[in-house]
Design a protein around this ligand. Structure first.
Ligand code: SAJ
Length: 419
């Protein structure tokens, strides 16, 4: 059986590699020639534990090929991005383009699966409509489903196998065929539903998380005002059997949680009031963090800030929608001098330096924005000696407050107001 995967990004590439490692013949398609070139040299353009090794294997075994054009296959998987416009509307052009590209290759009996996160109604409005151009009877001669990806970057290969999977078919036959295909590697339960419900499930999952994180961020700011420790309060509240408050931080990044709730808002702007407010709270949280830096460095002439962490979350090299970028913009507006250190991310920013010592040298304030494990292991005594003033702001509650205070740092944790 042959699978053609459209879009070789964070989801498409690991999925293609996974099917190929199960013995399928897989053809991966991407519109970016540089991506094709680099993959053909067995070099993934994204970072994910285990990816490079398995990619090498499956290419050597002859199970995985790449090009800019789709080939005939028995199943097509669409895993292209669905970005958001400035007006906070979903751009589904990549899904439409991918469908247009596969239409000439689709033959009777084929299965087309959409993994991209999409606004409700996309399967019907885009997929089914495009497939009608094949002249085949959709649902009878060609089968369609939505099986949204729900894997966590950084744990992708583990979660592709162990997570439950939602399969929303346009009819039972489409769903059954999709479930059979994924069963080759999915060990979690495969839950069958209709396509529109599957679209909704995916958006609800990420919205649930966004709203909860917004609540945590709001509680952190209230705690700052009240002079109590939100982290301890959340820890204790979560001992209640029906409470699960999320963790505050510098804001919400990544290409999913910070984006997907807008798709629901777009579908129903009058009703999505809580969803919209939560999105705005999380978007404004980096500005709150910038304000804290401003307060702390207020009386220092020409303050210098060392930012630790560019990635949107710990132990990964992905800075899409990262709150750090908004904190940086805030500092730029203030005209504050800053350096950036992130051992996981290679940015083109000239302020990024390659050692933490370089970043911290002569600084007045360290701000920890990403919970990379490596940041817990730093030699803070040495960093203290390199600094001019000794402020440190922890937005993730991962540093050892006692140790830092003993060294002599002025330690500030977001969500723990001075009592
Ligand atoms: N964050 C907090 N507080 C928390 C949890 C997360 O501030 O309590 C922040 C993180 O620091 C990060 C952002 O939220 O900036 C998102 O991180 P994440 O690890 O929660 O999620 P993603 O975006 O990496 O992946 C999510 C996952 N969805 C859910 O957990 C419901 C993943 O399973 C999805 O596949 C992915 O979105 C996606 O592609 O939709």
């Amino acid at each position: 059986m042959k699978v053609c995967v459209m879009g070789l990004g964070y989801i498409g590439l690991p999925t293609a590699v996974m099917f190929a490692s199960c013995g399928f013949r897989v053809h991966g398609v991407d519109i970016n020639q540089e991506v094709i070139n680099s993959l053909s040299l067995k070099k993934p353009h994204i970072e994910e534990p285990g990816l490079e090794e398995t990619l090498g294997h499956v290419i050597e075994e002859g199970n995985l090929s790449f090009s800019k054009e789709p080939e005939e296959a028995d199943a097509f998987i669409i895993a292209v991005p669905t970005p958001i416009t400035k007006e906070k509307k979903a751009n589904i052009d990549y899904v439409r383009n991918a469908m247009e590209m596969i239409v000439p290759c689709v033959k009777e009996g084929d299965l087309i699966i959409l993994e991209s996160t999409v606004p409700p109604g996309t399967v019907e409005k885009v997929m089914i409509q495009e497939l009608q151009k094949t002249g085949l009877k959709v649902g009878e001669e060609v089968f369609v489903s939505h099986s949204p990806e729900r894997v966590l970057p950084g744990k992708l290969f583990e979660e592709l196998v162990s997570n439950d999977r939602i399969v929303g078919g346009i009819n039972q036959e489409s769903a059954d065929r999709t479930a059979t295909l994924y069963k080759h590697f999915v060990k979690g339960t495969i839950h069958i539903t209709d396509a529109k419900t599957a679209e909704m499930v995916k958006l609800m999952e990420n919205t649930y998380r966004d709203v909860n994180i917004a609540l945590a961020n709001e509680l952190a700011q209230i705690s700052d005002q009240l002079g109590c420790d939100v982290w301890e309060a959340i820890r204790l509240a979560n001992f209640h059997p029906r409470v699960n408050i999320h963790q505050p931080g510098p804001g919400v990044g990544g290409h999913c949680i910070a984006v997907d709730p807008w798709f629901l808002h777009e579908a129903s702007p009058d009703k999505a009031k809580l969803i919209e407010t939560a999105r705005r709270i999380n978007d404004e949280t980096p500005i709150y963090v910038g304000g804290l830096i401003e307060q702390i460095t207020e009386f220092i002439t020409k303050p210098k800030v060392a930012l630790l962490g560019l990635a949107y979350k710990g132990n990964i090299g992905d800075m899409r929608e990262s709150p750090s970028l908004k904190v940086i913009s805030y500092l730029k507006k203030l005209n504050v001098e800053y350096t950036i250190y992130d051992p996981y991310v290679e940015s083109k920013m000239e302020e990024q330096v390659s050692t933490v010592e370089e970043a911290v040298n002569g600084a007045d304030c360290i701000i920890m924005l990403t919970e990379h494990s490596a940041f817990k292991e730093l030699d803070y005594k040495k960093l203290y000696e390199l600094m001019n003033n000794h402020n440190i702001i922890d937005t993730k509650n991962v540093l050892d407050e006692k140790l830092l205070c003993n060294i002599g740092f002025q330690y500030k944790k977001v969500g723990k107001g001075a009592s």
